[in-house]
Write a protein that binds this ligand. Structure first.
Ligand SMILES: Nc1nc2c(ncn2[C@@H]2O[C@H](COP(=O)(O)OP(=O)(O)OP(=O)(O)O)[C@@H](O)[C@H]2O)c(=O)[nH]1
Ligand SMILES: [Mg+2]
Length: 444
């Protein structure tokens, strides 16, 4: 049972027009009354002054009171909305704490909302994802999850799973009777139906996870091939130094961008070649390390023989696209070729010609469909739980189909139920909750 009253500045750090101090817990009302003199009607804003222990005014602004349980956290919440001065907000927070509240931990307001059943775990995560979203689509996906679209689909699946499990368990109890309920086609059909729905949700969640996490793309290749030029073109500003001196780039340079709604972490790297220069050698080591972490490598082509050797040195599981750069010098038009599993794009980093082909290629290779509607934000942990649920249902189906083992099917359905329950937070551990909420910002 939570009894501590917590407080934090809920608005972003730094200066702004308005700054909000949030208080949640059983002492919120008493604390706020001491600071403001009195509180307005629930959910009404009232202009007031915030006073310190000596009765001097710290700031003036609005106070809003949300009595439990109709508040974000489900507890008594008071918001003091002052000016966005970091100093004034800090003084106000100190004042609230001197009256018996303690500083909230990161994500503690959302954690209390979860613990008080105001939102489920997927919704709590969506709050953080909305705040962190880097693209329009990610923000819209997060709002969908926050409003419970993802959870509703999971809960719908859970209801079907539970109903089927109850049927199977009941059928096991009747297995001595003449009718064998499990032999009926109905059970098999329902299991197949569950698998189809799991696949559908997983496909949508996969899109949501891409929206949230994006992919890492490394620009690699021989010196002077135009890696930094392409990096700058993608970043939209002159992030990297570009010269006609081979070996210009030595450090790995990273930028967060998005192309067609897909977030990308792009890295420009040192050119790959044999060199005696110790600085370049270190740069090349870093290039190689960067490539190992990549989802997709753009190999900027310079010289076919060398490129073939570089290509052969890449780990087999990394997606590679060969980029034939500088087509402006050859008066060529952008094009794409797919040969023996290798995709080659001809483009110009200098003019930007062919960048649309690159965007398409990166989205396609990542399995990202920008036009897909109704995508909700999702995390790796959700994909993992969906995959485990699917595996359990499938194993259970085979147990039934191959050997008529109803008990085994029931057990697999129970495991699938548990995996799905982890998404919404029906089944969680303190470790998981700690990990999720500690990644939130303070005040959320
Ligand atoms: N005409 C033309 N020149 C280009 C193009 N891309 C790059 N260049 C030129 O090629 C030279 C090398 O470009 P960079 O982008 O510095 O090449 P890099 O691969 O980063 O080279 P290092 O950092 O030395 O490995 C510069 O003079 C660029 O202006 C292009 O698409 N067209
Ligand atoms: Mg460079």
């Amino acid at each position: 049972m939570t009894t501590e009253t917590i407080t934090a500045v809920a608005t972003a750090p730094g200066r702004g027009g308005v700054g909000v101090v949030r208080i949640s817990g059983p002492n919120s009302v008493a604390i706020a009354e001491t600071i403001c003199g009195s509180l307005p009607k629930p959910r009404y804003a009232e202009f007031t002054t915030f006073k310190d222990a000596q009765g001097d005014v710290i700031d003036s602004g609005l106070v809003v009171y949300f009595p439990n349980p109709a508040s974000f956290t489900g507890e008594d919440v008071v918001e003091l909305q002052g000016h966005g001065s970091p100093i004034a907000l800090d003084l106000l927070c100190q004042r609230v704490m001197s009256l018996g509240a303690r500083m909230a931990r990161p994500g503690e307001f959302s954690e209390r909302a979860f613990l008080n059943n105001k939102i489920d775990l997927a919704q709590a995560e969506a709050i953080a994802d909305l705040i962190d979203s880097a693209t329009d689509q990610a923000a819209r996906g997060a709002v969908r999850s926050l409003h419970g679209e993802f959870s509703a689909q999971i809960n719908n699946l859970l209801r079907q799973l539970i109903a089927l499990r109850m049927f199977v368990e009941a059928a096991i109890d009747f297995s001595d009777e003449e009718i064998d309920f499990l032999a009926e086609e109905k059970v098999g059909e329902q299991v197949q139906g569950l698998l189809a729905q799991l696949d559908e949700i997983a496909a949508s969640a996969q899109q949501g996870s891409l929206l949230r996490e994006g992919i890492s793309v490394v620009l690699a290749g021989r010196p002077n091939a135009g890696k930094s030029s392409l990096h700058n073109r993608l970043a939209g500003h002159e992030a990297a130094i570009v010269t006609n001196v081979a070996g210009t780039t030595r450090d790995v340079l990273r930028e967060q961008i998005h192309l067609g709604g897909l977030p990308l972490r792009i890295s420009d790297t040192a050119g790959l070649h044999d060199t005696q220069d110790v600085v370049e050698q270190e740069g090349i080591k870093r290039t190689e390390a960067e490539i190992l972490q990549a989802d997709h490598v753009l190999l900027i082509s310079d010289d076919e023989a060398h490129d073939t050797a570089i290509l052969a040195s890449f780990p087999a599981d990394i997606t590679v696209t060969l980029i034939q750069n500088k087509i402006d010098l050859m008066d060529e038009t952008p094009r794409r070729e797919d040969n023996d599993g290798l995709t080659t794009l001809s483009l110009s980093a200098k003019t930007g010609a062919g960048l649309d082909l690159l965007e398409q290629r990166l989205c396609e290779a990542a399995g990202f469909h920008p036009e897909q509607e109704g995508v909700f934000i999702a995390r790796r942990r959700h994909l993992d739980a969906l995959a485990r649920a699917r595996e359990a249902v499938e194993t259970g189906y085979h147990c039934l189909a191959d050997s008529g083992a109803g008990e085994l099917l029931a057990e697999e359905l129970r495991q699938a139920q548990q995996a799905l329950g982890e998404i919404t937070g029906d089944f969680t551990t303190d470790d998981l909750l700690g990990e999720i909420f500690s990644n939130f910002c303070v005040g959320k």
